[in-house]
Design a protein around this ligand. Structure first.
Ligand code: 1HE
Length: 263
């Protein structure tokens, strides 16, 4: 870390939601080594004091990916170490103890898309675009994209993006399951915050199971998955918190489902 650079991540709390902003707009929030360190620290802080978090960018774009300037001079070993460091920081987000919502606007490119894909819910503004230009740059994904983006988009679509430099619009990204919501630009932050607040209201053990058990079950065999599921189901439903919430429903005191109204 250069130490002389300005802060590249801003961290704040709104109630019990950690707000993590990428604040390097002059470089389109390109992820430098310093930024990864600060992001890792922010994720650790959030895991200690928040019940959910949002990640969003400053300036015109969410994130232009890996800081290419820093990587021109790296040796093969330094490249591996850097990639493993990304994996470490991203794991704190993806498989930590609190849900993350990302608010995506402008360009979500390369490592920026990898970052978005370790968050649990992705909300995009209408103008957002998504790309993986690694092939054209002569490099490869290194921030867990080959594991995470391939699972979300499917191998064929990810391969298309990487080979051809195809850029997806928000609508395409939603159709392909890459984003869960599209919002007007002005409402992007509020929507992400509102989703984070809803998720923060779930009991921590349920959230932990949702974030940590589902991806592991998906990675395991059918029988192992079902067995693991039964353990998690039993573990969550025997807590006092679950019991009181179930009784609340049975006593007709719980909030009804937010059922969308038809046209
Ligand atoms: C950068 C970076 C960067 C911008 N590293 N400096 N990512 C990419 O290949 C995407 C590279 N960036 C772009 O294609 C464009 O910047 C954008 C389409 C995202 C935005 O365009 P625009 O017109 O708003 O900005 P710009 O004029 O291109 O860039 C503004 C400045 O940011 C400029 O620096 P300046 O000193 O000339 O002002 C750019 O050099 C700088 N900048 N993006 C370094 N990425 C773990 S492996 C992950 C592998 C990857 O992520 S590969 C994909 C990398």
């Amino acid at each position: 870390m250069s130490g002389s650079d300005a802060k590249t991540i801003e961290y704040s709390l709104i109630d019990d939601i950690a707000c993590i902003q990428l604040t390097r707009p002059s470089k389109r929030n390109a992820l430098s080594d310093q930024m990864m360190q600060e992001l890792g620290r922010a994720a650790e802080k959030a895991s200690r004091e928040a019940k959910a978090a949002i990640i969003y960018g400053s300036g015109k774009h969410f994130c232009a990916g890996l800081d290419l300037a820093e990587h021109v001079e790296k040796t093969a070993l330094e490249g591996i170490e850097s990639s493993r460091n990304w994996h470490d920081v991203f794991s704190r987000i993806q498989r930590g103890n609190i849900p993350y919502v990302s608010a995506l606007h402008g360009g979500v490119v390369g490592g920026g898309l990898e970052l978005a894909c370790v968050t649990h819910i992705r909300v995009a503004a209408k103008n957002t675009y998504f790309a993986l230009p690694e092939g054209a740059r002569g490099i490869f994904v290194g921030g867990s994209g080959s594991v995470n983006i391939s699972r979300i988009l499917g191998v064929a679509r990810m391969t298309d993006l990487m080979l051809t430099g195809r850029v997806l619009t928000s609508e395409e990204a939603e159709r392909f399951g890459l984003v869960a919501y599209i919002e007007e630009d002005e409402q992007l932050f509020d929507k992400a915050l509102a989703l984070a607040k809803v998720a923060a209201n779930n009991p921590p053990l349920s959230n932990y199971a949702i974030l940590n058990a589902i991806p592991r079950i998906c990675d395991s065999g059918h029988d192992e998955g079902l067995f693991f599921e039964s353990i998690m189901a039993s573990l969550t439903q025997t807590t006092d918190e679950a019991k009181s919430r179930l009784l609340e429903f049975l006593d007709k005191k719980s909030k009804p489902l937010n059922i969308p109204k038809g046209d």
